[in-house]
Design a binder for this molecule. Structure first.
Ligand code: ATP
Length: 324
C-alpha cells in the first residue's frame, strides 16, 4: 500500500473535483515534472483510488471525492477531540492504543485503512475515500458488564442518523451490521479494554460504504451495498458529524436507561425480524425464525417447536436461511 505524502495529498486535492486535469497542468501546480505526476498517480491507485488516465486529456478520478475536513469536523464536534489520519492501519487499533489520553466522545477518522478489521480476525476492505471510517472512544465507569447491548445501540443510532440525513431504507442485522436490501452496507466493531472492577474502555468503530471503487469490490467476500444507491452524498463531512452526534446522544441515554429503552427502535429496523434464520456458534448451528431482541439485547429465536431461545454474546453469527 502506498504512502500519502504531502505532495500526493495536494495532487489528490486537485483531482478531487472529478474533472480532467492534464499532466502538464498538475506538474506546474505541484512544481514537479509530468513523469513525477504520473508516478504519484500510480501511488494514488495503490491506495485504492480509481484514477483514469486518458491520453490528450490527462487524469481524473472515477468519482469526485470530498475529503475529510479536519477543521470543520473539530469545530462541529467540540469539545470532543477529532483526529484525522488519512492513511492508517486501523482506526480502532490506534484508538485502543490511545485510551490513556482520550476523553469520552473523542473521535478518530481515516480516509483509508490498510489493515481494517471485522470481528474475529476477519478483514474489512476500506479503500481511500470510499467510506466513512470512524472510531469513537467511550468509557463506562460501571465496568464491562454494563457494555452488554451497547453495539446494538450504536447500530440503531447510525441508522436513525442516516434517516435524518435523507437516506431511508437502511436496516440492522443483529448484533451490529447495517444492511441495505439484504446486503452489508456497514460493519460496526466494538472493542474494549479494562480490568476487573475498573472502568471499561470502549472503542466503537464503523466502516460505512459510500462508493466503492471497482478495483476493490471483488475483495469483499459477501453481498455488499453502498450508500450512493440511496441518493447523492452531497456532504460527506456533514454525515460524519450527524453520525457522531447520534452516537454520543444514544450512548448517554444508554448509560441512563440500558438497552431496554431501545428495544422498539431496534425491532422497527431489524432486517431479519420474522424471517427464517440460522444462528451459528462455532460448529454449532440452530435454525428458527428471528423474533427481534429482548430487554437485554439478546437475539430471540423461535424454534419449530414454538420454544423461544435467547442468544447473547460475541461469538454468535446470524445468517439468513435460504434452505426453507
Ligand atoms: P458476523 O455476522 O459474524 O458479524 P460477518 O461475516 O459479517 O459476520 P464481520 O466481522 O462483521 O463479519 O465483517 C467482516 C466481513 O465483512 C468480511 O469477512 C467480508 O465478508 C465483509 N466485508 C469486508 N469489507 C467490507 C466492506 N467494505 N463492505 C461490506 N462488507 C465487507
Amino acid at each position: 500500500m502506498s504512502e500519502l505524502t504531502p505532495l500526493r495529498e495536494s495532487l489528490l486535492r486537485h483531482l478531487a473535483d472529478g474533472q480532467f486535469h492534464s499532466g502538464e497542468q498538475l506538474g506546474e501546480a505541484l512544481n514537479v515534472s509530468r513523469a513525477a505526476v504520473s508516478k504519484h498517480v500510480q501511488a494514488l491507485k495503490g491506495l485504492g483510488l480509481d484514477v483514469y488516465s486518458v491520453s490528450g486529456k490527462g487524469y481524473r478520478l472515477a468519482v469526485p471525492l470530498q475529503l475529510l475536513d479536519p477543521a470543520r469536523l473539530a469545530h462541529a464536534l467540540a469539545p470532543a477531540q477529532v483526529e484525522v489520519v488519512p492513511v492508517i492501519g486501523s482506526t480502532n487499533q490506534y484508538w485502543l492504543e490511545s485510551v490513556e489520553r482520550l476523553n469520552k466522545g473523542d473521535v478518530c477518522l481515516a480516509e483509508c485503512q490498510t489493515s481494517g478489521r471485522g470481528r474475529r480476525g476477519r478483514s474489512w476492505v476500506s479503500p481511500f475515500g470510499g467510506q466513512l471510517i470512524m472510531s469513537l472512544y467511550w468509557r463506562l465507569e460501571q465496568g464491562m458488564a454494563a457494555a452488554m447491548g451497547l453495539s446494538l445501540v450504536v447500530g440503531i443510532a447510525a441508522v436513525e442518523a442516516l434517516e435524518n440525513a435523507g437516506f431511508a431504507g437502511v436496516e440492522l442485522k443483529w448484533p451490529n451490521d447495517l444492511y441495505l436490501n439484504g446486503r452489508k452496507l456497514a460493519g460496526i466493531l466494538v472493542e474494549m479494554s479494562g480490568t476487573a472492577g475498573g472502568p471499561c474502555h470502549l472503542v466503537i468503530g464503523m466502516g460505512l460504504n459510500l462508493v466503492l471503487p471497482e478495483s476493490e469490490q471483488e475483495r469483499i467476500t459477501q453481498p455488499w451495498a453502498e450508500l450512493a444507491e440511496l441518493g447523492e452524498i452531497s456532504d460527506r463531512n456533514g454525515l460524519v458529524i450527524a453520525l457522531i452526534n447520534g452516537w454520543q446522544q444514544a450512548l448517554l441515554r444508554f448509560e441512563q436507561e440500558g438497552i431496554a429503552g431501545f428495544r422498539e427502535r431496534w425491532n422497527r429496523l431489524d432486517y431479519f425480524n420474522g424471517k427464517p434464520v440460522r444462528v451459528l456458534m462455532g460448529e454449532q448451528e440452530v435454525q428458527g425464525t428471528a423474533r427481534g431482541i429482548d430487554d437485554q439485547g439478546a437475539l430471540l429465536l423461535e424454534l419449530e417447536s414454538g420454544e423461544v431461545k435467547r442468544y447473547l454474546g460475541g461469538e454468535i453469527s446470524l445468517r439468513g436461511n435460504n434452505r426453507e
